[in-house]
Ligand binder design. Structure first.
Ligand SMILES: [Mg+2]
Length: 231
């Protein structure tokens, strides 16, 4: 049986700069106006209630300016609050659906995902972005909609990316032995955690990524090289 392929996004399928220099600044710029326009909508209302409660006990006395200031402070402190991630996810979905932004995938990614899928491999994603943000990246990419190729998505609600337990949980969830899964990532700590469970690993060395000389994982410059070195 062909191995299932489990892949990281940032630094593996997608330039890290896209996330940090395009997606996050876009959400920060749009946020003040977006919150005011959507404050009374289902979903957003619940997220904003959580922000209010974080500001003061008498949550009904918190105004929208304070909410916006708190959300921007969370962004600046890189705090992964659930309400913030949820609002960022909705801002990104709108921007993608309007066509304001297309996600970056390295040009070798789509052809090889198609090839692996056609050969009978099942493809999965494991990223620290929310499952919704992952799906948006594969749906609205420069290479078109790749979501039909992907069977499942995992985020850190399954476990931290440096924890072997997360990889065990993923193997269980997809019904494969860890040895039947090939994990692709640029991050040595993640590859180490996956290998502890018995997963096969390959490190992507994308432009701009620092080569970690301590790595003992097989390495590939791109997905073409992954294809060549995977039987
Ligand atoms: Mg990465």
């Amino acid at each position: 049986m062909l191995p299932a392929v489990l892949m990281d996004i940032e630094g593996t399928t997608t330039d890290i700069a896209f996330v940090h220099e395009v997606l996050f600044p876009l959400a920060r710029r749009a946020l003040p106006d977006w919150v005011r326009r959507h404050a009374d909508e289902p979903g957003t209302r619940e997220d904003l209630a959580a922000v209010r409660r974080s500001i003061r006990e008498r949550a009904d006395a918190v105004n929208l300016d304070e909410i916006v200031a708190r959300l921007l402070a969370w962004i600046d402190a890189d705090q992964k609050e659930t309400a913030l991630k949820s609002i960022q996810g909705r801002i990104w979905r709108e921007a993608y659906e309007r066509g304001d932004v297309k996600s970056h995938l390295y040009p070798d990614v789509a052809p090889n995902l198609r090839r692996w899928r056609a050969a009978g491999s099942s493809l999965y994603v494991f990223s620290s972005g929310s499952v919704e943000a992952q799906q948006l990246i594969f749906r609205h990419s420069l290479e078109g909609d790749l979501t039909p190729l992907i069977v499942g998505y995992f985020d850190t609600t399954t476990g931290p990316k440096r924890s072997p337990d997360a990889y065990r949980a993923i193997a269980r969830a997809i019904g494969r032995l860890p040895g039947d899964v090939l994990f692709l990532s640029d991050a040595v700590a993640e590859l180490d955690a996956a290998r502890v469970t018995g997963m096969r690993t390959m490190q992507l060395l994308r432009p701009g990524s620092a080569r970690d000389t301590s790595s003992t994982h097989p390495a590939a410059a791109d997905f073409d090289e992954v294809s060549r070195s995977t039987p």
